[in-house]
Structures are given as structure tokens and as C-alpha cells.
Ligand binder design. Structure first.
Ligand SMILES: O=C[C@H](O)COP(=O)(O)O
Length: 352
């Protein structure tokens, strides 16, 4: 096994990416490579015509999603390579009422060294820098995380705007965003007002998102749709389009607190909108499934969907994140199994 066999996520998908603009680059690079950042999304004028025409064929989408497990055919070294790549896309998250500065510091240490050095060495990555995509915390812990991650290049993401319900006054939402940016967050995960979607008030959703994006300034904004509360996939698709139109850098499924969080079906709806938005504007928007993504197998499913629907570039952390609090533990166990042939107990991987 060579390290080069691990660095190129390949062999999982047979179809070509649907959009030529999203074709894979020639060089896949290493899990920790510096990937040329995509041009940032910019807000477009509000256009109801982009939203009214959106339809979603549920049975076709269900059929497509049902074939996923059969297409997740990466094994052995290739699978280890995909899993290492997945680690670089994890927003390692703690969002609990009993979070403490100590827990956040431990999480940050895990983000810096997500895989045991002996396992990395056995995989041929002893000399490579590998870290998670970001650390994601409540505003209260942004400065703690920024300090703990100083010099590592790992961004701090703050959940914001009255996460998870998003029912605090609009002005307070803007202040919360500004406060997190002041404390050093370079990514802001906002929650949308679900009522705007449920009532079909698309201009209100657009204006809200536009304000959030302005308040975040240089910090990148991930728009959490809380898809489990939006009733229909058509609503999910329309809300995705409106948030992108108003400048969201990423669209994200869930807070992790809804009854239903990330699913392959909502993913398909959102990825098709990202594709449509790119076709209209030439701008690329990232995608973040979050909530309940806890197994390596599920992470691979999402990676396969990303590559099939949008192309190779969407496997990189500038366009793909997985919001997860426990996924890393399972990925590390799978990597250990790959190296040693044995599974370790989960309590050997207490964080992540
Ligand atoms: O944004 C991230 C989610 O809150 C994490 O959800 P999880 O705890 O189910 O992994």
C-alpha cells in the first residue's frame, strides 16, 4: 500500500458529473492539500422566476437514492483514502447545553490530530498534515476555540441567529453574527426562519439571508434550512435556491436538533439546486449535511452523491463539509480495522 493509493478518491462512481463546469480536476491531491478556493458566491437580485419553476420528482429521486448503497463500491485502500478525505471535510461539532471550555479545548485537540499518529503512519501519511475542516461551537466558545486552534489553519465555525430554532428578534441575530465574527469565527452557521418557507414568503427569506450575509462580512455563511421542518422537498429545493440567491456560501441541511436531520433524499434536492444555481450564475456553493451522520458508511454515501451530482471539486472542504459530533470516532475505528484487521472499542475514541 502506498500513500498515493490513498489520496485519490476514485473508483466509487461510474457516472460522469452531470455538469461539465463541475468536472473533476486532473489532480486529486492529498487529504491535507491546499485546494484552490472557489470564487465566493455573491448575492443575485431577487427573482421569483427562479423559484416558481422549481419542481421535484419524488419517485425519481427515491429511485436514485435507493441505488446508492450498490454504488458505494470503494474498498480497502481506496476506502481508507476516501475516509481520510472525509475527515478533512468534517466540521467537528459540539452543541450541547452542558458544553464547557474544557470540552471545547479537547475537541480542538482532536481536530488538530484527528487520527492516531501510528495509524496515519501505517497508512503512509506519517509526514502529512491532516486535520478536520473546522470546529463548530456555540458563540460562547468561539474565543476558546480560536485560541486553541491558533496557528493550525483550522477555522472556527459558530452556530448563530438563535440556533437551533431561530426565533429570537432579527436585530439580535445580526448582533450575534457580528459578535462571533469579532471573536474570530471565520464561518457562521445561521438558521433560517422556517415560517418564511412554510408561508411561501420567499422575499422575506431572501432579505433575511441577505442581512445575515452582510453581517458576516468576510466570514463565510452556511445557511441551515432545518429541512426536517420544511414539510416538502419542493420547499427544501426552493429555500436552497433563495438562500444561494441571497449569497449563502454553503447550504446546510439541519441543526442536528430536528426530528429528521440530513438524509440522502434532501441531499439530492439540495445538490440539484446547487447545480442549477451554478448553471445560472457560474458560482459554486458548498453543501453540508449535518445531524445524525455518525458512520463511515454514511459519510461515504454522501461523498459518492457529491461526486456523482456535482463532480470531484465538491469533495474538498471549500465546497463540502459534514457537520458531525461522533462521525470521526467511527471513521477512526474503520481506519484502525483497515490497518490492524481489528475493531477497537468506541471508548478508545471518546471525542469525535
Ligand atoms: O451541525 C452539526 C450537528 O449539530 C451535529 O449533529 P450530530 O450530533 O447528530 O452529529
Amino acid at each position: 500500500m502506498t500513500s498515493t493509493s490513498l489520496v485519490r478518491p476514485s473508483g466509487a462512481v461510474r457516472s460522469r458529473p452531470a455538469s461539465p463546469a463541475a468536472a473533476p480536476q486532473a489532480s486529486a491531491g492529498t487529504p491535507a492539500q491546499t485546494h484552490p478556493a472557489a470564487a465566493r458566491n455573491t448575492a443575485q437580485p431577487f427573482d421569483l422566476g427562479w423559484i416558481d419553476g422549481i419542481r421535484f420528482n419524488l419517485s425519481a429521486a427515491e429511485r436514485r437514492v435507493a441505488t446508492l448503497p450498490g454504488r458505494r463500491s470503494v474498498k480497502k485502500d481506496a476506502q481508507a483514502g476516501w475516509l481520510l478525505k472525509a475527515i478533512t471535510c468534517i466540521d467537528l461539532t459540539t452543541l450541547s447545553g452542558d458544553d464547557t471550555a474544557e470540552r471545547v479545548k479537547r475537541l480542538c485537540a482532536k481536530a488538530v490530530t484527528p487520527v492516531r499518529p501510528d495509524l496515519l503512519a501505517a497508512l503512509g501519511f506519517a509526514d502529512r498534515k491532516l486535520h478536520t475542516g473546522a470546529v463548530c461551537v456555540y458563540h460562547r466558545f468561539v474565543s476558546t476555540a480560536v485560541e486553541a486552534l491558533a496557528g493550525t489553519g483550522i477555522p472556527v465555525a459558530a452556530v448563530s441567529t438563535g440556533f437551533p430554532a431561530g426565533l429570537i428578534p432579527h436585530e439580535l441575530k445580526l448582533k450575534e453574527i457580528e459578535a462571533s465574527v469579532r471573536d474570530g469565527a471565520s464561518e457562521i452557521d445561521i438558521v433560517i426562519t422556517r415560517e418564511h418557507v412554510l408561508a411561501g414568503q420567499w422575499k422575506k427569506l431572501y432579505d433575511e439571508m441577505l442581512d445575515f450575509r452582510r453581517a458576516a462580512g468576510e466570514a463565510h455563511v452556511k445557511a441551515i434550512l432545518a429541512t426536517g421542518e420544511l414539510k416538502t422537498l419542493r420547499n427544501v429545493a426552493k429555500a436552497s435556491m433563495v438562500c444561494m440567491m441571497a449569497g449563502a456560501d454553503f447550504i446546510k441541511t439541519s441543526t442536528g436538533k430536528e426530528g429528521v436531520n440530513a438524509t440522502p433524499l434532501v441531499t439530492l434536492a439540495m445538490l440539484r439546486m446547487i447545480r442549477q444555481y451554478e448553471a445560472r450564475t457560474g458560482l459554486r456553493v458548498g453543501y453540508k449535511p449535518a445531524g445524525g451522520v455518525s458512520t463511515a458508511k454514511t459519510a461515504l454515501d454522501y461523498q459518492v452523491l457529491m461526486k456523482e451530482e456535482l463532480g470531484r471539486d465538491w469533495l474538498e472542504p471549500d465546497l463540502f463539509r459534514i457537520g458531525a459530533s461522533t462521525l470521526l470516532a467511527d471513521i477512526e475505528r474503520q481506519l484502525e480495522h483497515h490497518v490492524t484487521g481489528r475493531y477497537s472499542a468506541y471508548n478508545r475514541h471518546p471525542i469525535g
